[in-house]
Design a protein around this ligand. Sequence first.
Ligand SMILES: [Zn+2]
Length: 413
Amino acid sequence: MRRKPLNTASRSKLSKYAKPLASLAILLADAGSRLERRFWKKKLFAALAPMLEGRSDTTLMQTLDHLYNTNYRAYDELAFAIENTVESPELGQEEDILLLAAPVLAWSTYNIPSGKIEEATVAEFTALLQKNVLSDHAHLVLTNMLFSPDQLPESYTAAAELARQLGQAAIDRVKVRIDTENLPATQSFLSDVRYLIGAISVPAGQPAFKWQVEAHSNGTLLSKEEVLVNWRLTGGQALQKIMPGCLLELMLPNGLYNACREAEKEARAYSVRASAAFLESALDVPTQKIHASVGAFVDRGEIEEYRIGFSVEGNSDIVHGVVWPLIGEEYGNEPDPVYEKDIESEPDNPVIRSKIEALLKEVGIRQIKVLEERFPLEYCEDCGSPLYPNPEGELLHAELPEDSELPNSMHLH
Ligand SMILES: [Zn+2]
């Protein structure tokens, strides 16, 4: 599984702490049998646990970055091992722990709420997740907070600390209250993701989720889709109460990293749909008259994201834009399906590109221009907002015309 590489100097010499970690990941990636894999995996997990308890983010990042450029399979093994170790800290022999996230996609022309959740509502969400998503063996402790992406733990060690704190609370059957006063402010977007975060403890080796254990009368297991339908129905009503004025789409609760990645992927299409609906109402222009310009944005020779600039027929000003970041295994350039990968050619990612085009058509936009040139990742120098391409391939700031009906409480960045 491909993840986004990091931005540190990639070919710097490995520190004395990073070297043994990189070697273990390479040995694991080269293992020739399950027996050997298990052996190296155990050693790797044992090496990671104390690093995550210390302040070793720099070492972890340096090792990942080095492997990304030198041994991709080992990089993948290490990234997975770190995420698993973060989410499931070892807190004794009897209980297994998982740091859990329940993502919700939201869009609103007003502010999308985040922050503190009342006691009674925390209890309601806990009961609903327990009933609809988790196995009867699992005990869930949720935090009293609706997290925005800016408020999620920003490093592996911070996430590991949260997992230990919540995991211990789940074992001890006590509540966890987060001090919501000092959290980073949430940037305001037209559409965004919010997360309920908690931890579950299950007796070692027992199933954690409904889809692992709950069967229909004919003996087949409940699918993840069925679990999601039930969660959307019940959790959706409860979330709507604390997120008034928002259109919501609940995603499947799961381990933190998996849930976040899936939510980030879904959020992109969600945001294109939200934008089309928003432009239609704010500008009073039918979607047939909206023009979408799609450009690939490149950093260090690899595609980082696509940006979609929206303009109105007959005018090349950008009225709104959407960033479509590449996530996980999508990151970078796709090898040419017909020819061998040609490193001299322009970076491209045809699968994602056609996915964006299909989605724009689906929401009723007919005038779509996919730009040939590759763009640098440019932002507005004043407000940091991304610049979007117009049909002529110029990078512009998104600005709604002055007579549009934009609610005061929102800005477009
Ligand atoms: Zn600006």
